[in-house]
Design a protein around this ligand. Sequence first.
Ligand SMILES: [Zn+2]
Ligand SMILES: [Zn+2]
Length: 330
Amino acid sequence: MRRLLSLILLVGLASINVSPEDSRPLRWYKGNTHTHTLNSDGDVAPDEAVRWYRGHGYHFLVLSDHNFLTDTAGLNAVFGAEGKFLLIPGEEITDEFEKLPVHINGLGLRRLVEPRGGTSVADAIQRNVEAIRKAGGLPHFNHPNFVWAAGAADLKGIKGLRHFEIFNGHPQVNNLGGGGFPGTEEIWDGVLSSGQLLYGLATDDTHNFKAPGEAGKAWPGRGWIMVRAARLTAVDLLQAIERGDFYSSTGVILKDYQAGEREIRITIAETGKTKHAVRFIGKGGAVLAETFDNPAVYTFKGDELYVRAKVIDSNGLVAWTQPVFPESRR
Ligand SMILES: [Zn+2]
Ligand SMILES: [Zn+2]
């Protein structure tokens, strides 16, 4: 367990470790880090958005309106008073380069970040990431395939960026790729195969709370992250997300996930008669192993650059665990 908490981070900031004397039990917190309200182009007020998530089993939420930082103090006083729900401040820094959207969420921002622009998609990403870091935020690059704006080549080499959206619930973001454009998983493997650490988040990018079920809308509840932390505080959650101690899901729930020096072990929470396959994926997106076992275990052979796992259930729901670079764990 503690091994997982001391991932050696390959890029960017110094690693953050939980102190060994911190003996509080870790637990999983469910949250969505990408939500719109009437503060930009969502269809409900912030309190209504919060009410939906709090009422559907979530523990934390980031309201990330376009170029707008919602004040969370008042909302936390109302909805977080019992310590069971938390709003983390956030914003979707919404920029573009030659009409290609460059959207990056800043989680835990201390102040509003204005879009920085740039001389290319990659330059705009870099400048906005730097601005988010300077404002105390954790940046995640959003929906790379929205308007087919960004690929692995744009994300490789960005300093200070360690997160992107592997899944975004908006209906126009082309998660799976197509027409010769790679899907988000291919983009992920492209960056990871260059040796750069990148974690993948699933998010809702919620815009529509009204008219649930209506075609072409961005509803809540489609993609989220499960974060392992000792306490439901912004510091604990953001540190855990920063070091990759979370997994992403569109519906598959894990009972446990351990990545040690020698192996990755995934225990799936079974539901009814649903069946699962677990794929362990490495350099170039190659499937290193596939198993139907639960727990699913992958023992490092030593020559993998990285290993990540994808759990797929028989109804099409998925969980993605974060990549580990075995060499850096010894
Ligand atoms: Zn966006
Ligand atoms: Zn958005």
